[in-house]
Design a protein. Structure first.
Lengths: 140, 165, 181
């Protein structure tokens, strides 16, 4: 029914693909940069604890309230709608992340790939529809 | 401008509350007895023709040379639609510093009376929250009374030659 | 190509190709002196003069005071600029105590140093009645150049401070004199 050819790479392109997969030495600079960044942060944090003077007192440990006596607690309950919006954002953001490799390999995946992705999105849309009907995104 | 008709109207409405009337520059000043102070001020505010709805300021007076009437209070009232300004004064002796509060007539008098308590020591009866407002709470005297020397005699770090002594 | 830079105030040390070795005290002092973050406790006219010093004409930021903070937790230097009344004195003391060690205090202007011209019932006659002060700047208000000189003196103090000064007996005695535990 569908007139298409499977995209099998030729011999020369296969050689290039295999070489780029094998040389993990390319990733060495990234590892080094990571070590330097994390190492500098931890070095500074630990060394300042050793080098700096320490002085503890009750007044110093109080919360800073511009010099006057503090009254009460800064904790107060807040509305759950902020939490709901944040969690739902994370879920749909992960869905979008899955769509990025699909966008890159769109041609090579062909029509079957497109319909697979459509079913994936359809599952998530059913969930989204449920959220809308339940009123989880209502702001008031 | 306050014309003489208006001054006569004020005089008639206040009736026998007023002991004396003076004119200090632009301001007619009505001197009332302390016992009638609250009612006089209430009349001045609530009368629809006089309508002194705005208490511009109030301040304390201490003249130690007037025996029997050392302390005084001055209220300056303003009628904005007609632009009339008057002053009302009441005097009392130093043994009798209880004054009725006017914070039920003008809410802005709340803090102004706290300031007068802080600096002169007037005791405003009926005031919701009479405590010091500008000075530190531990202070145990009333600074603006004219009964202290100008300089602190106990300071030992001021050199005489710099101060012309 | 040799670059001819002569930085002033380099501590004594051993120099080599691409490195410089010095004692830890000197290195720490160099770091502290060149990054004093001020907390401007600005009350009156001296506060405006401080703002002028932080402006571009008399730039205080080139001495390292780039980030001024109004929170004592992240400040090294407390600049008290202006008249402090007796009602404000405990608040100033609280702000000073909540600063992190090491900390220095500049008392800017005549009012903060000694009460200035206000010898009255309500003005604190000098902030050194409540907190220990390192540098006094006279003037009403002091010129920006004077404040810069004061900052440079604090830099000199920070550069030459012993690393264990803040834990030492002498410092504890100094704090006790002011009743700060």
């Amino acid at each position: 029914m569908f007139n298409f050819k499977l995209p099998i790479p030729s011999k020369s392109t296969t050689m290039i693909l295999l070489q780029s997969l094998n040389s993990s030495r390319d990733f060495l600079p990234i590892l080094l940069m990571f070590i330097v960044a994390a190492g500098f942060v931890s070095f500074v944090m630990i060394v300042t604890q050793w080098l700096g003077p320490k002085h503890k007192s009750k007044v110093k440990a109080d919360s800073f309230e511009c010099g006057i006596e503090q009254i009460g607690n800064a904790r107060s309950p807040f509305s759950i709608k902020y939490f709901l919006v944040a969690i739902l954002f994370v879920l749909f953001d992960v869905e979008v992340i899955f769509m990025y490799p699909w966008a890159v390999n769109f041609r090579s995946l062909g029509a079957i790939g497109m319909f697979e992705m459509f079913t994936f999105i359809a599952f998530l849309l059913i969930g989204f529809f449920y959220i809308l009907k339940k009123g989880a995104l209502k702001w008031d | 401008m306050i014309t003489t008709e208006i001054k006569e109207s004020i005089q008639s409405k206040l009736g026998n509350f007023v002991i004396a009337v003076e004119q200090h520059y632009d301001f007619p000043v009505y001197i009332v007895k302390k016992a009638h102070l609250h009612e006089a001020l209430k009349t001045l505010k609530e009368d629809p023709e006089l309508n002194f709805h705005f208490l511009t300021t109030m301040c304390g007076i201490h003249s130690p040379e007037n025996e029997g009437a050392e302390f005084g209070l001055m209220y300056q009232l303003h009628n904005m639609p007609n632009n009339w300004r008057i002053r009302v004064r009441a005097f009392m002796s130093k043994n009798d510093l209880d004054v009725p509060t006017v914070s039920d007539i003008w809410p802005s008098a709340n803090w102004q009376e706290r300031q007068e308590y802080d600096f002169y020591g007037f005791n405003f009866t009926g005031h919701p929250d009479l405590r010091r407002i500008l000075n530190m709470e531990e202070m145990n005297y009333f600074p603006m009374r004219r009964e202290y020397p100008l300089e602190d005699a106990w300071r030992d770090d001021k050199e005489d030659k710099y101060f012309g002594r | 190509m040799a670059v001819n830079i002569d930085p002033k105030n380099t501590p004594p040390g051993y120099e080599g190709q691409g490195f410089f070795a010095t004692t830890l005290d000197k290195a720490v002092g160099l770091g502290r002196a060149n990054s004093l973050w001020p907390l401007p406790f600005a009350t009156s006219c001296c506060g405006i003069e401080f703002m002028a010093t932080m402006g571009s004409n008399y730039d205080l930021a080139r001495f390292g005071s780039e980030r001024i903070s109004f929170s004592p937790r992240q400040a090294d230097l407390l600049i008290v600029a202006g008249t402090i009344s007796k009602k404000l004195a405990p608040i100033l003391r609280q702000v000073y105590e909540q600063m992190a060690e090491p900390k220095w205090v500049i008392s800017m202007g005549a009012c903060a140093s000694s009460g200035g011209i206000f010898d009255t019932y309500s003005v604190l006659q000098g902030i050194d009645r409540v907190i220990p002060v390192d540098v006094y700047v006279p003037g009403c208000p002091p010129r920006p150049e004077q404040l810069i000189d004061a900052l440079m003196q604090v830099q000199e103090m920070a550069r030459n401070e012993r690393r264990d000064y803040r834990q030492s007996e002498r410092y504890q005695k100094r704090l006790e004199k002011y009743g700060i535990e």
